[in-house]
Design a protein around this ligand. Structure first.
Ligand code: PRX
Length: 635
C-alpha cells in the first residue's frame, strides 16, 4: 500500500502543493497502486462544477468488496477483520477473520440474489450495530445492489419516506436491538413503516433479541435459515467506476431528506486513502470508531475505509454509559485499541463524570484519537487530550460531511501540530477556499468566510437520488462553480482552518445533522399548532440543542401547556426520531417576519441564546413589536 505518507510538515506542504498543481496525477497514482481493478480507467476525472456533473476513473471496472475482502485473503485470511463488542459486557466478543467475513458476505450476497435482488436495486438496511449490518452492506456492494442504511433510531415515518424516496425493493432488519438496558423493537417499526410503502417485496429478519415479532406471510423471512442453505462462494458483480454504491440520507433545509448518492470507484479510493493517512494505521493495529454504521462516519470509517486497508475494526453495539461510564475505556483496554474515533458529544458527556472512570483502565495502546461530527470546544478538547490521549496521542479533529464521503480537513498525526478546536489543514488533494458575501474568494490568512471546495475529489457525492437539480442548487449554485459546504470557517495566521458552524438552517445536535424545516413540518402537523420556528442554542453536552417557538391555533390556546409540550415532543419522536426532540418550547403569539413573510431566524437565535444585546435592524420587520414579547417570555 502506498498512499504518499508524509513524515513532517515540510513534506506535507511540498506534497500538498504538488497535489494541487497536478490533481489528476496525484489521484491516479493512489488509485493505481492500492487497489485491484478488473479494468483501469480511460480518464482520471471529468467534471463540470457549474452543472454539478462529476465523474472519476471513467470506464474503470471494479468491485469494492473484492478490495475489502478477497484480495486480503492470501495474506490476512486468519487476521481479525471485525471485533464485535456486544451491548452486554457479559456476552462474549466475536472475532471475525477475513476468511469468515468472506464466507458470510458471500452467503448473504447469494441470499440476496436468490430473493430477487439484482444490480441497481435498492435495499434498505435497518439494523442495530451487529456484524450483520456490515455484512449486509458488503453483500449489497458485492452484487451491485445500492444500499440505503437507515439509522435504527429513526421512527417509522422517517423510514417510510426514505424507502419511498429511493423505491427500495427489500428491507433487511432484525427482531430488535439492544441499547444499554433497553430493547428497541425494530421489526415492529418496520411493520408500521411498510404500511405506506408499495415497493418493498421482501423483508429479511435477523434474530438478535429474541423478541416476539409478527412475520407477514410471503413478505417476511428469517435470515438465518436462508444463510444456512447458501453457498460460501459468490462471483462479485463487475461494477463501473460510476455505478451507484449507496444512498445515505441527510437533512436538508427543506422538508424532504436528501438521498446523497455515492458511486463506486471514487468513494473506494477516497475512503481508503483518508483512513490510512488520518489514523496512521499499521498492520497489527486495532481501530475503533464509535459511530453508528447508519451515518456516513460508520460507512467510511467502520466498514469501507478500514476493510479496504485490511485493518481490524471494532463494531460496538452499546452506548458509552452502559453498564457504567467506564465502558468506552474498558473496551479500549480489553481489545488493546490503537486508534479511537468518537464524537464531541460523547466526550462532553463522559467528561462530566468522574475522571476515575477513565483512569481505571489501561489506555496505553492508544496511538491516535479522533473527533468528528461537530466542532469540539476547547474544554472537551483538553479533557480528551489529557485523560484519553494522555498528551501523547494526537487528536485528529476531522472535518467532513455525508456529502464529502470522507475526511477533508484534519491534522495528520505526528505531522501536523494540533491546535484545540482547529481541524487544521486540508488533506493533500483537497482544495478548500473561503468565500465572502460577494462571492469572491478570500485570499490570505486571518480571515473568515463560507467554506467551499474548488476542485472535485474522488469521494464527493455525485447527486441527490432522483433530484439532480436539487443537488446542483444546494451545493453548486450559491458560489457558482464551487462546492458549498454550508459551513462557515476561519483561517488563522498559519493557514489552519477552524469550522465555526453551519451557516444554513441545519443544526448539529449531539453530532446529528438536523434540518429545522422537517422538524417544523412535523410540529405543524400537530392539531393544536398553527406555526413554528426552530433554532439551535448552545448546550454544554449536546453542542447545540433545539429551541422551538410555537404559535398555537385558537383551539389549542386553552390546553394545558406542559401536556402540550410533551405531546409535541412525542409527535416529533414518532415523525422523525427522538434525536430531534426540542429541549425548550416557548409558546408565542407571533414570529418575527420580514415583509415577504420570511421568519427572521437570526433574531430567534439570539433570543434562544439569551443574547438580547443587538438584534440589528428590526424596522424592516412586518411585526417589530413581537420581538419584545418573545424576549419577555423567554424561558
Ligand atoms: O457542520 C459540519 C459538522 O457536521 C456537518 C456534517 O454533518 P454530517 O453530514 O452528518 O456528517 C457528520 C460526519 C462527518 C458539517 O457540515 N462537522 C463535521 N465534522 C466537524 C464538524 N464541525 C466542526 N468540526 C468537525 N470536525
Amino acid at each position: 500500500m502506498s498512499y504518499y505518507q508524509v513524515k513532517n510538515l515540510e513534506q506535507y506542504f511540498k506534497h500538498y502543493n504538488k497535489s494541487i498543481r497536478e490533481p489528476r496525477k496525484f489521484w491516479e497514482r493512489i488509485a493505481d497502486e492500492n487497489f485491484t481493478w478488473y479494468q483501469k480507467w480511460d480518464k482520471v476525472v471529468e467534471f463540470d462544477m457549474q452543472e454539478a456533473n462529476i465523474k472519476w476513473f471513467l470506464n474503470a471496472k471494479v468491485n469494492i468488496t473484492k478490495n475489502c475482502i478477497d484480495r486480503h485473503l492470501a495474506k490476512r485470511g486468519d487476521k481479525t477483520a471485525i471485533i464485535f463488542e456486544p451491548n452486554n459486557p457479559a456476552e462474549e466478543a466475536q472475532h471475525i477473520t477475513y476468511n469468515e467475513l468472506y464466507d458470510r458476505v458471500c452467503k448473504m450476497a447469494n441470499v440476496l440474489r436468490d430473493q430477487g435482488i439484482k444490480k441497481g436495486d435498492r435495499v434498505c438496511i435497518y439494523l442495530p450495530m451487529i456484524p450483520e449490518l456490515a455484512v449486509a452492506v458488503l453483500a449489497c456492494a458485492r452484487i451491485g445492489a445500492i444500499h440505503s442504511v437507515v439509522f435504527a433510531g429513526f421512527s417509522a415515518s422517517a423510514v417510510t419516506s426514505r424507502i419511498n424516496d429511493s423505491g427500495c425493493k427489500m428491507v433487511i432488519t432484525s427482531d430488535g436491538g439492544f441499547r444499554g438496558n433497553k430493547t428497541i423493537e425494530l421489526k415492529s417499526i418496520i411493520d408500521e413503516a411498510l404500511q405506506k410503502c408499495e415497493t418493498v417485496e421482501k423483508v429479511l429478519v435477523v434474530k438478535r433479541t429474541g423478541s416476539e415479532v409478527k412475520m407477514k406471510e410471503g413478505r417476511d423471512i428469517w435470515l438465518q435459515p436462508l444463510l444456512d442453505e447458501a453457498m460460501a462462494n459468490n462471483v462479485a458483480e463487475i461494477m463501473d467506476a460510476e455505478d451507484p454504491l449507496f444512498i445515505l440520507y441527510t437533512s436538508g433545509s427543506t422538508g424532504k431528506p436528501k438521498g446523497m448518492l455515492h458511486t463506486t470507484a471514487g468513494y473506494m479510493v477516497y475512503s481508503a486513502y483518508t483512513f490510512k493517512n488520518i489514523f496512521a494505521y499499521e498492520e497489527n493495529d486495532v481501530y475503533w470508531c464509535t459511530a453508528d454504521i447508519g451515518w456516513i462516519t460508520g460507512h467510511s470509517y467502520i466498514v469501507y475505509g478500514p476493510l479496504l486497508n485490511g485493518a481490524t475494526t471494532v463494531i460496538f453495539e452499546g452506548i458509552p454509559s452502559y453498564p457504567d461510564f467506564g465502558r468506552f475505556w474498558e473496551v479500549i483496554d480489553k481489545h488493546k485499541v490503537t486508534q479511537f474515533y468518537t464524537a464531541p458529544t460523547a466526550i462532553r458527556s463522559l467528561a462530566k463524570e468522574n475522571w476515575e472512570w477513565v483512569d481505571k483502565y489501561d489506555l496505553s495502546t492508544l496511538k491516535v484519537i479522533g473527533s468528528v461530527g461537530e466542532p469540539i470546544n476547547e474544554e472537551a478538547w483538553h479533557w480528551y487530550n489529557d485523560h484519553v490521549g494522555k498528551k501523547k496521542s494526537p487528536i485528529v479533529d476531522t472535518w467532513w460531511q455525508t456529502e464529502t464521503g470522507g475526511i477533508m480537513i484534519s491534522p495528520l498525526p505526528f505531522v501536523t501540530p494540533t491546535k484545540p478546536t482547529y481541524a487544521t489543514l486540508p488533506l493533500p488533494g483537497v482544495q478548500p477556499v473561503l468565500m465572502d458575501e460577494k462571492r469572491n474568494e478570500i485570499e490570505g490568512n486571518q480571515v473568515v468566510g463560507s467554506l467551499c471546495i474548488k476542485f472535485p475529489w474522488p469521494g464527493m457525492a455525485r447527486s441527490i437520488w432522483g433530484d439532480h437539480q436539487r443537488f446542483k442548487e444546494t451545493y453548486f449554485s450559491t458560489f457558482p462553480g464551487k462546492y458549498f459546504t454550508g459551513d462557515g470557517a476561519l483561517r488563522d495566521e498559519v493557514g489552519y482552518y477552524r469550522i465555526t458552524g453551519r451557516v444554513d438552517d441545519v443544526v448539529i445536535v449531539s453530532g446529528h445533522n438536523l434540518g429545522t424545516a422537517p422538524i417544523e413540518d412535523a410540529i405543524n402537523e400537530h392539531p393544536a399548532v398553527a406555526e413554528s420556528a426552530i433554532v439551535g442554542f448552545p448546550h454544554d453536552v449536546k453542542g447545540n440543542a433545539l429551541y422551538g417557538f410555537i404559535i398555537l391555533k385558537e383551539s389549542g390556546e386553552g390546553r394545558d401547556r406542559e401536556n402540550l409540550k410533551k405531546e409535541i415532543n412525542e409527535h416529533i419522536s414518532s415523525h422523525i426520531g427522538p434525536i430531534a426532540k426540542l429541549d425548550k418550547i416557548q409558546f408565542v403569539s407571533g414570529l418575527p417576519k420580514t415583509r415577504s413573510g420570511k421568519i427572521m431566524r437570526r433574531i430567534l437565535r439570539k433570543i434562544a441564546e439569551g443574547d438580547f444585546s443587538n438584534f440589528g435592524d428590526t424596522t424592516t420587520l412586518l411585526n417589530p413589536e413581537i420581538v419584545e414579547e418573545i424576549k419577555e417570555g423567554k424561558l
